[in-house]
Structure formats: C-alpha cells, structure tokens
Design a protein around this ligand. Structure first.
Ligand code: ATP
Length: 334
C-alpha cells in the first residue's frame, strides 16, 4: 500500500545485465519499484545477481537492456544523493581512520554529517572508556581487520547523509554486537531522516523485524517484491490428505503418499480437510528458492507497471546511460 508522501527510490523497467565474459544473462527483464523510506532486504542465493543489481544502482556498471532509475533520475545524476558500500570496500590504505573521515568530509562538503560518521566509527564511549569494537582514530586503514574496515566504510556512508544507502552484505564480517549496533543505526537513520536502505544479506533471520521491504532474487529476476508482512499474508502452509489444490497457486508441495504439505497462495476458501499455518519469512523464502518455477509475486505498490507516466520519462532520461561502452567502463573500474 502506498504511504503518504512516498516517492520512488529505485525503479527497474525491463532491466537486463549480461557480462561479456560470461554466458547468458545475470539479470533478465527485471521490473520492480522500491518506494522511498523503506529498509529493503535484498536476498537470494549465491550468484543470484544481488551485487550486480547494487552496482547497477550505484552506476558502477551499466544495464545491457532496460533502465534502472535511482531517486527519479539516472545513477550518475543521483551520485551525490546515495552512498554505496560494496563488498570490496576500497579505502586509502596509508590514511588513518580520522584522516579517512576528514577526506569523506572534504568530498561531501555540502552534506557531510561528522557526528553521524563518528558515531559509527567510534561509537558512544561507555563510562569505562571506549566501547569494544570502537576504532582508534590514529590507526591506519591497512592495519585494520576486515570488520573494522567495514565500520570505516559504513561511517563514510552515514556521514554522507544520503537519501539512499546501497549496502552489499554490510554485516558479513561484523561480529554479533557490531551487527546489532549497525542494524540499530540503520533503523534510526531510516526513522529520523527517511533514508531508504537497500542491503543484501544471506542471514534471513537477522532481517526479520528490521526490514519493511523485501526483494528476493533468483533465476535472473526478482521473484518476490514488497512488504514482508503483505507477502507472508498472501501465503498459507497447508497439510492434509487432500490432493487437489485446484484454484490455489502452489509455490511448493511435498507428497509423502499419505499426506500433502504445501505452501500455497490461496485463491479462495480452503476445505476443512486442510490444516493451515502461517509461514515464517524463512519458510517463505526457502520455498521460493527451492522451486525456481514458483510464480513471482509483487505487492501492489512495488510492481513497476504502476507508474506508466514516470516510466516513460525515466526511459527517455536513462536512455543515454545504456551505452555500448559498458564493458570499457567495467574494465576501467576493474
Ligand atoms: N565482472 C563480472 N564478469 C563476469 N561475470 C560476473 C562479473 N560479476 C559477476 N559476475 C557473475 O554474475 C553472477 C551474479 O554475480 P553477483 O556477484 O551479482 O551475485 P550475488 O547474488 O551478489 O552473489 P553472492 O551472494 O555470492 O555475493 C555470478 O554468476 C557471477 O559469476
């Protein structure tokens, strides 16, 4: 359901991506809309194209087909308004943490929020002194652990005070306390400033209760898109002796001979023979991942087809972005 004053953070229309040295498409004909102000989990198996989608949104690579509009414009035009933290996290190895944050301030003079960056990097000191995991401002980047570098990269992202954060597995190398702290900071950021957050992750359980939007990728496309609660509400786990599920959309079913267990999207009332239960988010995602043929589902406000006028404008604007020089750009960045 659309919320009052809500805009669009990302719109993909017929988005496709093929890498030159790889057979077949990584993404094919993806269309979806992500409203602003959402904390969106981007999930899917290894190689599903999550990093590719985030890199397309960050303007680091270009689509082979279709368009991806960021904050209503092209990724290049929106560059100042979003922050991207990729898995590689390139940071200047010779600089100290404090100098890296000063560089961030220098590069983002118009919007820099120093206290926000410092909160992520150094945290709030406890009465006993600096909190565990807080970075030493005089430490050089090259001497930091993977998780500590992630913290610097996230501090730069928060300092930029972006409208949109694109985070590629931001929690992968953080310890459990740091993960919790980061999730709290992301929630606070979204609540206070209306920041849209898109983060890829493999840890579904960690995302429950944090994310209010979900994009499930698989088979080169977006399989599920929307508010997790709405997506869950559209599904029911059923168990029973009956075999006939005509009239319902079956996502996955297992037949032991004596009884059938299935995850379905009910198309009408269920007969009394069935025992029913609400699936968990993990059950919903796993069922879709196990069965690549399960039909895709988008909640009402996330199907890109809604905004025809906007789409036409986006196509025109972004048309210049889908150039033939895409591989040159990728090579240059590599
Ligand atoms: N620069 C590239 N050149 C060729 N193929 C690539 C390139 N980058 C990614 N790929 C391929 O595209 C597919 C999608 O990769 P991507 O990194 O986007 O997936 P992912 O969902 O982020 O995976 P993971 O969960 O393992 O991080 C993979 O098969 C990968 O090998």
């Amino acid at each position: 359901m659309n919320r009052v004053g809500e805009g669009t953070a990302l719109t993909a229309v017929g988005l496709g991506k093929r890498y030159r040295r790889r057979r077949g498409h990584v993404l094919r004909d993806c269309s979806f809309r992500l409203p602003t102000g959402r904390i969106c989990a981007l999930v899917g198996p290894n190689g599903a194209g999550k990093s590719t989608l985030l890199q397309l949104a960050a303007g680091l690579i270009r689509p082979t087909e279709g368009t991806l509009t960021v904050l209503g414009t092209s990724p290049a035009a929106a560059r100042e308004r979003f922050a991207y933290v990729g898995q590689g996290k390139p940071l200047p190895p010779q600089l100290t943490v404090a100098a890296t944050l000063r560089l961030g301030a220098e590069l983002n003079r118009a919007r820099w929020d120093g206290p926000a960056a410092e909160r992520i990097a150094y945290g709030h000191p406890t009465p006993q002194g600096p909190r565990d995991g807080a970075l030493d401002p005089t430490a050089r980047i090259r001497s930091l652990s993977g998780g500590q570098r992630t913290r610097v990269a996230l501090a730069l992202a928060f300092g930029k005070r972006p409208e949109l954060m694109l985070l590629d597995e931001p929690m992968a190398d953080l310890d459990p306390l740091a993960r919790r702290e980061l999730l709290g900071a992301l929630l606070g950021e979204a609540a206070e400033h209306g920041t849209t957050i898109v983060m890829s992750s493999h840890v579904v359980a960690e995302l429950e209760g944090v994310c209010d939007h979900l994009l499930l990728m698989g088979g080169g496309r977006i399989r599920l898109g929307g508010d997790p609660e709405e997506l869950l509400a559209a599904h029911t786990l059923v168990t029973g002796p009956a075999r006939d599920l005509t009239g319902h959309t079956v996502v996955e079913s297992r037949d032991t001979g004596r009884q059938l267990t299935a995850l379905i999207r009910p198309g009408g009332p269920l007969s009394d023979d069935w025992q029913t239960a609400a699936p968990t988010l993990e059950e919903l995602l796993l069922a879709h991942l196990r069965d690549p043929k399960a039909p895709d589902l988008f909640t009402e406000d996330t199907a890109a087809g809604e905004e025809k006028g906007e789409r036409e404008a986006e196509k025109t604007e972004a048309a210049g972005e889908t150039g033939e020089d895409q591989e040159n750009e990728e090579n240059a960045r590599a």
